[in-house]
Ligand binder design. Sequence first.
Ligand code: IPE
Ligand code: IPE
Ligand code: MG
Length: 252
Amino acid sequence: MVATLRNNGNPEPPIPEVVPRHVAIIMDGNGRWAKARGLPRTEGHRQGTENLRNILKACVEFGIEILTIYAFSTENWKRPRAEVRVLMSILEMVIDRELKELHESGVQIRHIGELEGIAPVLQRKIQYACDYTKDNDKLILNVAFNYGGRDEIIRAVQQIVADGIPSTEIDEDLISSYMYTSPLPDPDLVIRTSGEVRSSNFLVWQSTYSEYYFTPVYWPDFGKEELRKALLEYNRRTRRFGQTDEQINDNS
Ligand code: IPE
Ligand code: IPE
Ligand code: MG
């Protein structure tokens, strides 16, 4: 990858030349952000949601086409009931208050994960938000909510069997087409904030060849400049997909 930079005469720091098409973020550290300030965890989630606005704007400015955010995992149901309720109400509030603005900014909202298990009122709001914004093309925003990578694979296998697909027809493309993210490309870059270095069941099938970027910054503090740093780091990586450096250089 060429580490050239462009900045279009802007006083701002440079934007990396090679911008990943699809960025996925594990938005982690809201609780610790709040705790460090002596605030309730809820306040961390509120600030985290606020930060998402900045990141959405920055993604459009940087030319990222697809952003996938991990908002609620299938494992997060194990949290205290009150916190689960807060996390559910945040998505509901975002849809109620921000949908119009997101639509006007050209954001296409998609949901990845299982609707089943989510309260029916919220299910309907999620479906409405996706339907309302389906023709937008400025930024695709995949919201991973009640999402688990293993759960996604299990459901795909169940559906493949239910559809009576013969085993000889099962290949990578076929399985990809049964994933929630289909027909979107796999993430080029997966970012995890808060210092944890694990995937926590995120995009298990799709991230096999993604570049990972880990930062100790808590999600509420991961603003545009932090995203720029991640993109610059991405520019320094060589994606070999199993090949040698020589082969990569010959191809470019
Ligand atoms: C991320 O922040 C938000 C969700 C997982 C929904 P956390 O709530 O996990 O914050 P920490 O990891 O406890 O700091
Ligand atoms: C991953 O964060 C899930 C989301 C960001 C929604 P967690 O905070 O739930 O992950 P673990 O439990 O520390 O692995
Ligand atoms: Mg966490």
